[in-house]
Design a protein around this ligand. Structure first.
Ligand code: GTP
Ligand code: MG
Length: 400
């Protein structure tokens, strides 16, 4: 299952966002370091299912299908807050980042309302620049990675310079548990404009620049501009966008309230909906009515709470993953047990049918012969690149 990490300075709403996304109850409070240990949970990515277009009734196995929308499970981890110098052990340190080593992307939660300082203490709304919240996380993560590679750098750089080993291979090995691959390293060297033939000559500042690029490539970030329901957030959101961050304005608190209200039957609301409807206005107290009216006003302005958009944008936008539906029988669109469109897999950009085969099972990848398009029933060319919503049947030697 894909994994995304929720990170950020204290008191920005990471746990509120986590709770809204997973409906798992976790401590939430208006002071720093409420969360001491990472929380894990499951949320869902939304993708328009191909069942409607193909006119079939599906039997989802690895995902859900609700009213023609596929819900693909995604694991998320809510982390303790990060403060300046956390990589040196300040606050709760950065040890907990070990839990998000395998994350494909990071959701950096910022307090768009500017109502908390860099340590997460409550201040006047609008008095803190939320772009600083994101820079802090970037800096601390880079220093953390720099600490990891610095220990091995003298050996790696000498060995690569003497051509006893490849620099890209060695660096990728040091960071292998972090999902950092050879191509990440090669791109980072190019982007940081360093001389890969003489790594022993790299100064500390140059090594930092390289590691920073590596972080950007291997752990891309999207910014959750949280607390967007507070008026002062409009300025903060603009600052985040101007700073060049991929920014999604959201209100974790609004989303959490809506999901709870929907669960209790007060309203009709599905995550990602732009609005909600009240089931029976007469059953609500005045306080509840006012709160829901305020939420409705915010959602109208924001186009929803923004929370579900975050997950969808991370995987389908930022990472550009391709949802593909593998089937065994390309005519009936079923697996071997007769389930129609049972699964959906998320493939990296540029993937072909063989990558899909490997993702399903390494044996299927090894025995791969060719693939058939479930729409046209024709064989796909050997250099075919998968497209979102493809229905693909893998033909392998093993199955013959
Ligand atoms: N107005 C508003 N307040 C929010 C929102 N999200 C969270 N909060 C409030 O912000 C405070 C901190 O929320 P938490 O979810 O505990 O924040 P955190 O980032 O997990 O904090 P630490 O675990 O201490 O790092 C609480 O008082 C929340 O109610 C939001 O979208 N809007
Ligand atoms: Mg928390």
């Amino acid at each position: 299952m894909e994994l995304a990490g929720l990170v950020g300075k204290p008191n920005v709403g990471k746990s509120t966002l986590f709770s809204a996304l997973t409906m798992v109850d976790v401590p939430i409070a208006n002071y720093p370091f409420t969360t001491k240990k990472p929380n894990r949970g499951v949320t869902y990515l939304r993708y328009n299912c191909v069942c409607r277009e193909l006119g079939v009734k599906d039997n989802p196995k690895n995902s859900l299908c609700v009213d023609g929308v596929r819900l693909v499970p995604i694991q998320i981890i809510d982390c303790p807050g990060i403060v300046p110098q956390a990589h040196l052990g300040r606050g709760l340190g950065l040890q907990f980042l070990d839990e998000i080593r395998q994350a494909s992307a990071l959701i950096v939660v910022a307090d768009a309302s500017g109502g908390t300082d860099i340590e997460g203490n409550v201040v006047e709304p609008g008095s803190h620049d939320p772009a600083e919240d994101v820079r802090l996380v970037e800096r601390e993560l880079t220093e953390w990675l720099l600490g990891i590679i610095s220990r091995d750098w003298p050996r790696i750089s000498r060995s690569a310079e003497a051509k006893q080993s490849s620099l890209a291979d060695e660096v990728a090995r040091v960071f292998s548990g972090l999902g950092i691959e050879r191509w990440h390293v090669e791109n980072a060297i190019t982007k940081s404009e360093l001389n890969s033939a003489h790594p022993t000559s790299w100064k500390q500042e140059e090594l930092r620049r390289f590691v920073n690029e590596l972080r950007r490539l291997a752990k891309p970030i999207i910014v959750a501009a949280n607390k967007a329901d507070i008026p002062a957030a409009q300025i903060g959101i603009r600052r985040l966008i101007e700073a060049g961050y991929e920014t999604i304005p959201c209100s974790a608190e609004a989303e959490r309230t809506l999901r709870i209200a929907a669960e209790r039957g007060f309203i009709k609301y599905r995550p990602g909906d732009k609005s909600f409807t009240i089931v029976d206005y007469s059953k609500l107290t005045t306080v509840q009515r006012r709160a829901l009216d305020r939420l409705a006003g915010f959602m109208e302005k924001n186009g929803g709470t923004g929370v579900q958009d975050l997950i969808d944008r991370v995987y389908l936008g930022l990472l550009g993953y391709i949802p593909v539906f593998p089937v065994e029988d390309p005519v009936k669109l079923t697996d071997k047990n007769g389930n129609v469109l049972p699964d959906v897999y998320l493939l990296k950009p540029g993937s072909g049918p063989r990558d899909l085969a490997y993702k399903i099972h390494s044996e299927l990848g090894e025995a791969y012969l060719y693939a058939v398009d479930g729409r046209t029933k024709l064989k796909l060319s050997s250099d075919y690149k998968l497209k979102p919503g493809d229905v693909v049947s893998i033909v392998s030697a093993a199955r013959r």
